[in-house]
Design a protein around this ligand. Structure first.
Ligand code: SF4
Ligand code: SF4
Length: 99
């Protein structure tokens, strides 16, 4: 998966340049997380129907849909739990990180 690069912020010049939706673009983690995540999402592939809702709502683009089944990129997942909350089939469980 291509990861984001740090970009110089430039003020929008017109209303059209303001982002729609969330306040930050997807993929806003530009380096791997440093181990501060306390819970991580785990997908139950037997329950998952590949609707891609979790992929669409993940604010960090940390769900990879390029393979045969969805995979979480734990280097970039911050453990916010939005994907688990939004999965209507309960196919994502937030599991406590073990150090
Ligand atoms: S929202 Fe749930 S059912 Fe849909 S793709 Fe994600 S894990 Fe699978
Ligand atoms: S826990 Fe948050 S950052 Fe991690 S995959 Fe789910 S929505 Fe994305």
């Amino acid at each position: 998966m291509d990861r984001p690069k740090v970009k110089k912020w430039e003020a929008p010049k017109s209303v059209r340049e303001f982002p729609l939706g969330s306040t930050c673009p997807s993929d806003h983690l530009t380096s791997i997380n440093a181990g501060w995540r306390t819970f991580k999402p785990v997908i139950d592939h037997d329950k998952c129907v590949n609707c891609l809702r979790c992929f669409l709502v993940c604010p960090d683009g940390a769900i990879d849909k390029s393979g045969e089944r969805l995979e979480i990129d734990y280097d970039y997942c911050k453990g916010c739990g939005i994907c688990a909350t939004e999965c209507k089939l309960g196919a994502i469980e937030m599991v406590k990180e073990v150090k």
